[in-house]
Design a protein around this ligand. Sequence first.
Ligand code: FE2
Length: 279
Amino acid sequence: MLTSDQIARYHREGFLALPDFKSPAEIAALRARATQMVDDFDPESSKTIFTTNDQIRTVDRYFLDSATRASCFFEEEAFDAQGQLRQAKALSINKIGHAMHDLDPVFDAFSRGPALNDLALDVGLAEPQIWQSMYIFKQPGIGGEVGWHQDATFFDSTPVTVTTFWFALEDATLENGCLWVEVGGHRGPMRERFVRHGDVVTMEKLDATPWPDSRSAVPLEVKAGTLVVFHGLLPHYSAPNRSAHSRHAYTLHVTDGRSAYAPSNWLQRREDFPVRGFV
Ligand code: FE2
């Protein structure tokens, strides 16, 4: 799948952007299915808002249960002071998560196959295990910022192996909140760990190394169909979307089964719903 140059670059820089990894037809199928899921979602069933900016988050049942479901989460700015949606439901959802790849045939087809399996092997995941899927809407006008973080914070293992597969479903630009990464930053320390104790989650500070800023970070403006694969320790961020255009993306978080997945990670699987790979 990858050339030796690409593999070397991945290890050096911590990420790789692969244009045209997904076809327009594959993207259209996933987008249509996500639209359907949002149509079917009853907003009254949950007003959970997703934010990564709280140090300590009181997590509700809806969030914890989403580990094994396809749950819709609202944008932080979706509601007005009276608790009413500011815009249509379809333009108010932040994301769907976190098990669509194992629950829904359309998501399963998008999330698996020989090409992804070969890529996983090339970046060092000998026994890929797909823990989580997220469909991210980054809605026009209200799509929230996702502050600097490392995905290993949420998917700790020994050694750290979590790898993110980030699919652009629309063109990602500076205007609509594309990813920013610190090139080579995956060689730095893990700053934080998101730890679950029963039904409470806390963010533990592990290392005081500062996050990158606009001098050391680069924006990844990519076309729809591009797959960005990146190391779990690579610091990344995305700005709010104040543009008139959405920025849909889809992500998978994958560890290597040879590493020990931390029992304190918030997302765990039951024995009757085991984690699986790309094939
Ligand atoms: Fe992330």
